[in-house]
Design a protein around this ligand. Sequence first.
Ligand code: NAP
Ligand code: ZN
Ligand code: ZN
Length: 350
Amino acid sequence: MTVRAYGAFSCDNPLEPMIIERRQPGAHDVEIDIAFCGVCHSDLHTVRSEWAGTLYPCVPGHEIIGSVRSVGDAVTRYRVGDVVGVGCMVDSCRRCASCEEGLEQYCQHGFTLTYNSPCADKPGHTLGGYAQKIVVDENFVLKIRHPKEQLAAVAPLLCAGVTTYSPLRHWQAGPGKKIGIVGLGGLGHMGVKLAHAMGAHTVAFTTSDSKRADALRLGADEAVVSSKADEMQKHANSFDLILDTAGASHNLDAYTALLKRDGVLCLVGLPGTPHPSPEVGPLIFGRRSIAGSLIGGIAETQEMLDFCAEKGIVSEIERMPARMIDSAYDRMERGDVKYRFVIDIASLEP
Ligand code: NAP
Ligand code: ZN
Ligand code: ZN
């Protein structure tokens, strides 16, 4: 079946309306009418070929909320009309040790990303959620339990939410822990909300003085403007975990110096150009680590969605029609987003 979408034919063209093909739902598939799709900085990195390997035409989007239009004969978990989500993955090998542990994002044979992964469907690679419909195996579909009026603001949980939730859980954010979140963008503002909800003492680091008040409103106990050396110095040797969501390369030493002994700087931001090589001294003298973390598995994504539904957590969003995507990307590049753009997919109608 053909559906309307928004995507790019090359890295130096703006996104434009296009018609794409979706497979007919197979026995295990769920056909989803998409209502909302969040705009992640990864979409921008991919469409503009800031990372290697973008396949064109490129239709990004991996923060998808919609309702079930039809289900295949073997589908047991979803029914027509259910409100569902799709995040960053639509398949994995399902057999390797990582998949068996529910860590499909670390699949040893390679997972299938929601967009830009090779697949059997036309045009030979996956196309994401800036589109009217998507067809996904039920094992990669999530249940949404938030109230209907919050659905646009739930979309960003599917990537920004789980990408911050997973490392916060892995490194046991909670009461008695001091957690830093670097970068108050899509991921970072969710990191602040989630670390706060988990009961940790939460400190937001921003390059934007203007976001200081917001950081506190979103749940941070303290906000630090990272260019101010005296403010940074006050936090030396004090963090259990700092989650770095910055989408641009920057000096990591400023943050490793703030970790306690055995503290961890976990990188989730993946800039198009590498960070300057960090000093090893502060790592050795203090047994500190620099780590990384990739999205979250399907079971953990469901756990995060349920946690957020129970606590009333959603993203702070700016809704926009699809034709505004390029200007949204430009604003995101400038750090001018509060705090996630979400595309109203109804705007794809002619
Ligand atoms: P975003 O909304 O653009 O937010 C990034 C924030 O980083 C900006 O708002 C800004 O916040 C801060 N920042 C920008 N330049 C900076 C610099 N030079 N130094 C320090 N901070 C800077 O982006 P996003 O959607 O949250 O994504 C962030 C990054 O995570 C991207 O690289 C994306 O590809 C990656 N990502 C990774 C995963 C994963 O699984 N690991 C998943 C999704 C996304 P302030 O104004 O507060 O400084
Ligand atoms: Zn993302
Ligand atoms: Zn696997």
